[in-house]
Design a binder for this molecule. Structure first.
Ligand code: ZN
Length: 160
């Protein structure tokens, strides 16, 4: 098999007195995401997509928070570990497409920085990373600014 596809999803609550990180970039916003470490919902969805492409389970199984090695580790470090695992198995990223669903803040002003951050963390070209921001049209907990969700799809190819 030459290619494998992976899909990931994550959601975190927005709460006061937390910093907001998306794709390893700190976003200026009065609230942040609740969760272990930096609760970077975008990176968690992306890690799940990468692990899913190789049927390796999910981020919670691979990097359990009960393991002191992974407690409070920045999400970008989990992403680096995930891609290192793929490379050891001789799989490489063809491209990534990510959707972030947030009523606020607007993602567009940060889009280039987030793409740069992800591409440099994964050591791939920026042209292989796509990022789209959507609102939830005011509907449900995301629409009421209580949470941010993210979906990610990845295509991997086998090394020669
Ligand atoms: Zn998460």
């Amino acid at each position: 098999m030459k290619h494998r596809i992976g899909f990931g999803y994550d959601i975190h609550r927005l709460v006061k007195r937390r910093k907001l990180f998306l794709g390893g970039v700190q976003i200026s916003y009065p609230k942040g995401l609740l969760g272990h470490s930096d609760a970077d919902v975008l990176i968690h969805a992306l890690c799940d997509a990468l692990l899913g492409a190789l049927s390796l389970g999910d981020i919670g199984e691979y990097f359990p928070d009960s393991d002191p090695r992974y407690h409070n580790i920045p999400s970008t470090e989990l992403l680096k570990k995930t891609v290192a695992l793929l490379r050891r198995k001789n799989w490489f990223i063809s491209n990534i497409d990510i959707v972030v669903i947030a009523e606020e803040p607007k993602l567009l002003p940060y889009r280039e920085r987030i793409i740069k951050s992800i591409a440099s963390t994964l050591k791939i070209k920026e042209g292989f990373v796509s990022l789209k921001g959507k609102t939830n049209e005011g509907l449900g907990p995301i629409g009421k600014k209580q949470a941010i969700a993210s979906y990610a799809v990845v295509l991997l190819h086998r090394g020669v």
